[in-house]
Design a protein around this ligand. Structure first.
Ligand code: PEP
Ligand code: MG
Length: 577
């Protein structure tokens, strides 16, 4: 039994067999065979086995992805069964005496090079990616190597990987994937955030899970305490089962507040909202009684697709979300690509510091056609609910003014075309760059609202990469510098009669709730799975007492630890969570 310590990324405890995601080693020497008939038979078997696999993936994917997203697997089947490719493989076997894997690899490389070279034809470039995917699978079969495929998991497992990208995480089926453990990553990396939406236990940044855990090992992922236990003994399993039962009992208590308003003990009202990435997350929003959507990360819509979603496709997704919220506010953030979020079809420059680089609104203002399409789709959808639009990564007022001007232009154009748009759309900004937090008083005169993105605000304030587990100790929500910025933003908005929300992960941290209630944060937006826990906690807090506590912490604490200590002492209820 071995215990690894990492970062608790998503509440819950998973006990299951490990499904190890390893980059398969598909390297081999090109070589010949004396028996071309046998090689052709091996090829035929590999094609048949690959077909069964791709069909299975397609079947699973079609349940969780849109029809269009699942179409990629039809393209794969076509490549797999392409008669021209098959003839080319067989000719290499017959004419050059190559073995099957060598014939497949050489043929594939030939076509991939040609298609990749067609730089002005993105369609053919995509076909190169399809050929690579399909022929890698064929080669894996011919070499007897397993290609791990997250979307085909159909038994209870814990996924173990060096890292999971946001698109890997999107494929996880929560019916079977009970938890995951990764070597790298931080609490606010996007796969960690998604694990909370999926409500599966997760530990990230364990350092070595993927090296120490073998496929099929029994594993406990303790997402409450950030521990991974490999091949636990019976007593340990029993202990963790008991912790899990206690956690589930607390959850059942919180569930009673599903339809309740969020009120502090002395009756002050707060709004508890949820963060979503795609319309698929709406189930979690409703199941957990969120009162609004405080952050719709629309980049996941873009990431889920093989090409830039059209205005109509975007309109449909926004409409679904607005309608499903039945008039409750929906804050939609314009595309926040860059950092750890990439689009296969949008080429971005290689950068030394992607989180400080060409990201979010910087792309939107430099390539305004992308922003315009999105704003038009949003404006058209605005009549289906209460829409609020939010621009990400605003660092100075001219950026906000330029983005707002584009919004006004597109609105005017649609109105002149006779398209109906809502006239009560609030337009606000994320506060995630310290420069904007410091000048919140000036921004507050021009924006309709703020939403504090603590994930980035902390990374930029502390100069600590949110993806890097080596500096995760500097992810300090309670560092007095961060707390002062947050208070400054809330106060500045209130002075101008505006409201402030928080959509970074701190909004769902129990330890932060007393301070945020005390500072008068208007809206808390978090992973849906945290809503009921925070609603329950807020109902036990007195807002006046919390205001005094917040003042004390902001003015007197000199370190993050001191601040946490003051909170723990003043709010014994935290120990019960
Ligand atoms: C909510 C935020 O945005 P994201 O996590 O998508 O960068 C944030 O930075 O806090
Ligand atoms: Mg951010």
């Amino acid at each position: 039994m071995t215990k690894l310590t990492g970062i608790a990324a998503s509440d819950g405890i998973a006990i299951a067999k490990a499904f190890l995601v390893e980059e398969p080693d598909l390297s081999f020497e090109i070589s010949k065979s004396d028996d071309s008939q046998q090689e052709k038979e091996r090829l035929a078997t590999a094609i048949a086995d690959s077909k069964v696999e791709i069909e299975k993936i397609k079947d699973v994917a079609s349940k969780s992805l849109s029809a269009e997203e699942a179409q990629v697997f039809d393209a794969h089947l076509m490549v797999l069964e392409d008669p021209e490719l098959r003839t080319a493989y067989e000719q290499k076997i017959d004419d050059e005496g190559l073995n099957a894997q060598s014939a497949v690899r050489q043929t594939a490389d030939f076509y991939i090079d040609i298609f990749k070279g067609m730089e002005d034809n993105p369609y053919m470039q995509e076909r190169a990616a399809d050929i690579k995917d399909v022929t890698d699978r064929l080669v894996a079969h011919l070499l007897g190597v397993r290609i791990p495929d997250l979307s085909t998991i159909d038994e209870e497992v814990v996924v173990v990987a060096y890292d999971l990208t946001p698109s890997d995480t999107a494929q996880l089926n929560r019916t079977y994937v009970k938890g995951f453990a990764t070597d790298i990553g931080g609490r606010t990396s996007h796969s960690a955030i998604m694990s909370r939406s999926l409500e599966i236990a997760a530990v990230v940044g364990s350092g070595s899970a993927s090296k120490e855990i073998k496929d099929g090992d029994m594993v406990i992922v303790d997402g409450l305490n950030g521990e991974v236990i490999i091949n636990p003994d019976d007593a340990t399993i029993a202990e963790y089962k008991a912790t899990l039962d206690a956690f589930l009992a607390r959850k059942a208590e919180w569930e009673k507040l599903k339809d309740a308003e969020t009120l502090s003990k002395d009756g002050k009202k707060f709004e508890l909202a949820a963060n979503i990435g795609t319309p698929k997350d709406l189930t979690g929003v409703h199941d957990n009684g969120a009162e609004a959507i405080g952050l719709y990360r629309t980049e996941f819509l873009y990431m889920d697709s093989d090409e830039m979603p059209t205005e109509d496709e975007q309109f449909e997704s926004y409409k679904v979300v607005l309608e499903s919220m039945e008039g409750h506010p929906v804050v939609v953030r314009t595309m926040d690509i860059g950092g750890d979020k990439h689009l296969p079809y949008l080429e971005l420059p290689e950068e030394m510091n992607p989180f400080l680089g060409y990201r979010a609104i910087r792309i939107g203002l430099n390539q305004p056609e992308l922003l315009r399409v999105q704003l038009r789709a949003l404006l058209r959808a605005s009549v289906y609910g209460t829409l609020r639009i939010m621009f990400p990564m605003i660092s100075n007022l001219p950026e906000f003014r330029a983005a707002k001007a584009i919004f006004e232009e597109e609105k005017a154009k649609l109105v002149s075309e006779g398209v109906e748009v809502a006239d009560n759309i609030q337009v606000g900004i994320m506060i995630e760059i310290p420069a904007a937090a410091v000048l919140a008083d000036q921004f507050a005169k021009e924006v309709d609202f703020f939403s504090i993105g603590t994930n980035d605000l902390i990374q930029y304030t502390m100069a600590a990469d949110r993806m890097n587990e080596h500096v995760s100790y500097l992810y300090q929500p309670f560092n007095p510098s961060v707390l002062r910025l947050i208070k400054n933003v809330i106060d500045a908005s209130h002075k101008e009669g505006k409201w402030t929300g928080m959509c970074g992960e701190v909004a769902g941290e129990p330890m932060a709730a007393p301070l945020l209630v005390g500072m008068g944060l208007d809206e808390f937006s978090m992973s849906a799975s945290s809503v009921l826990k925070i609603r329950s906690l807020i109902s036990k807090l007195d807002s006046e007492k919390m205001a005094a506590l917040a003042d004390k912490v902001v003015n007197e604490a000199t370190t993050s630890d001191e601040a946490e200590e003051m909170i723990r002492e003043a709010v014994p209820e935290l120990a019960e969570l």
